[in-house]
Design a binder for this molecule. Structure first.
Ligand code: RFL
Ligand code: PHB
Length: 404
């Protein structure tokens, strides 16, 4: 057995684990990343697309924003299409100058992996049988790679291993509370090398169900359709997808829609999920390992980033200033922001999707709520403020808090 020693063992090489690694590296804190998949698999997973300003600022803080500054698309508004009419939410005007940036999670991951390679930091990809041990007292991680057994002794374990990871699953049932809501539909997403239907994202509420027109660049589009959970990707040829999307759009958008062969197609189920607390002795959960949001509010990746802002700051305080305050406050601080993003994501999901169980009355109430939001500056401001991202509560990243 090979024995390694480090300060922080990070489980998972998604955006949460990679970003934590980069911020710790910059602060001179030793760490190792242990990931069960291959680096190629991790780098090619297609998921989120919208970064809040605070996430962009954090990537800058981590020194990995060069590509993002060049290729990220700043967005100052979104469109909401309901009853065949588009309504613009002026994100920037309603939030004293804030914006979001369209930049794929794939790119964020690639940028972080590239920076990691340049700095020659230690990562174990394709690690099998990853297990975490004794995280209340003397934490360590074991795994197997290429037939060799490894043991990593560490001060802390960062559980950045997503919803299906081993870290949350290792916490005894009586020490953890989970809160969950599963939605009775999924999102069918496609990526295609066609110009986006509009310069801004369009969130569509229609009789036929929700749709979203998003993008990755001026030549690459990302579209989603609400579909029943029973549907399979094979049920949806590209032709069927484009036809259905067209039916959910308004006439102008339908005319502008450029169709083409999909380069990726997948169905993601929608779920709201929160774990409390997010710290168990010397184990800290971050990102999807601790919480899931339905993608309607574009918050999943951004919440992973805000957890990492708090966690990296807590480790920096611990190692550089000898203070345990950040560590002790980690869970509470994260959860405050997490629940607000959960609420927003749940609310957007309810407002914009069709639920089979909803009565005519429920539908009318929902339409009235949407009409109110879209006609009132206060209503639009509520949506805009949440969409661009709520501020962090951090001393360490004072510049980020102010910039946002
Ligand atoms: P990730 O990205 O899931 O990364 C976790 C990493 O941990 C690894 N892992 C393990 N490693 C070692 N040992 C084990 N036992 C392990 N078990 C798992 C995994 O292989 C993986 O590499 O979590 P992280 O870093 O917290 O990042 C969170 C974001 O990825 C996530 O919130 C968003 O992508 C959510 N999400 C979306 N968010 C949006 O804001 N907009 C979207 O459009 C959007 N689309 C999506 C999504 C999530 C999806 N999932 C989870 C299936 C679409 C999908 C399909
Ligand atoms: C995306 O581009 O993948 C995307 C954008 C906004 C969302 C969800 C997904 O709310």
């Amino acid at each position: 057995m090979e024995i390694l020693n480090t300060q922080v063992a990070i489980i998972g090489s998604g955006p949460a684990g990679l970003l934590l690694g980069q911020l710790l590296h910059k602060a001179g804190i030793q760490h190792i990343i242990i990931e069960q998949r291959s680096s190629e698999y991790v780098a090619s997973r297609i998921r989120a697309g919208i970064l809040e300003q605070v996430s962009v600022d954090l990537l800058k803080e981590a020194g990995v924003d060069q590509h993002l500054r060049e290729y990220g698309l700043p967005h100052h508004g979104i469109e909401i299409l309901t009853n065949g009419e588009k309504h613009r939410i002026d994100l920037t005007g309603l939030t004293h100058g804030k914006q979001v940036t369209v930049y794929g999670q794939t790119e964020v991951t690639k940028d972080l992996m590239h920076a990691r390679e340049q700095a020659e930091l230690i990562s174990f990809y394709e690690a099998n049988d990853v297990k975490i041990h004794d995280f209340e007292q003397s934490p360590h991680v074991t795994f197997n790679k290429n037939g060799m057994n490894y043991k990593v002794n560490c001060d802390f374990i960062a559980g950045c291993d997503g919803y299906h990871g081993v870290c949350r699953a290792s916490v005894p049932q009586d020490k953890i509370n989970t809160f969950e809501k599963v939605y009775p539909f999924g999102w069918l997403g496609i990526l295609a090398d066609v110009p986006p239907v509009s310069d801004e994202l369009i969130y569509v509420q229609s009789e036929r169900g929700f749709a979203l027109c998003s993008m990755r660049s001026s030549t690459r589009s990302r579209y989603y359709l609400q579909v029943p959970l029973t549907d399979k990707v094979e049920d949806w040829s590209d032709e069927r997808f484009w036809e259905e999307l067209g039916k959910r759009l308004d006439e102008e958008s339908r005319k502008n829609l450029v169709t083409g062969a999909s380069i990726e197609k997948s169905i993601a189920p929608l779920r709201s999920f929160v774990t409390e607390p997010m710290r168990f002795g010397k184990l800290f959960l971050a990102g999807d390992a601790a919480h899931i949001v339905p993608p309607t509010g574009a918050k999943g990746l951004n919440l992973a980033a805000s957890d990492i802002a708090y966690l990296s700051s807590a480790f920096i305080e611990y190692y550089l200033e000898g203070s345990e305050q950040g560590i002790n406050e980690y869970s509470e601080k994260c959860l405050k922001r997490v629940w607000k993003a959960e609420r927003f994501s749940w609310w957007m999901t309810h407002l914009l999707h069709r639920f089979e169980t909803e009565s005519e009355f429920d539908l009318k109430i929902k339409q009235a709520e949407l009409a109110y939001i879209l006609s009132s500056e206060a209503g639009q401001t509520t949506l805009a403020e949440n969409y661009v991202g709520l501020p962090y509560e951090l001393g360490q990243f004072e510049n980020i808090k102010q910039a946002s």
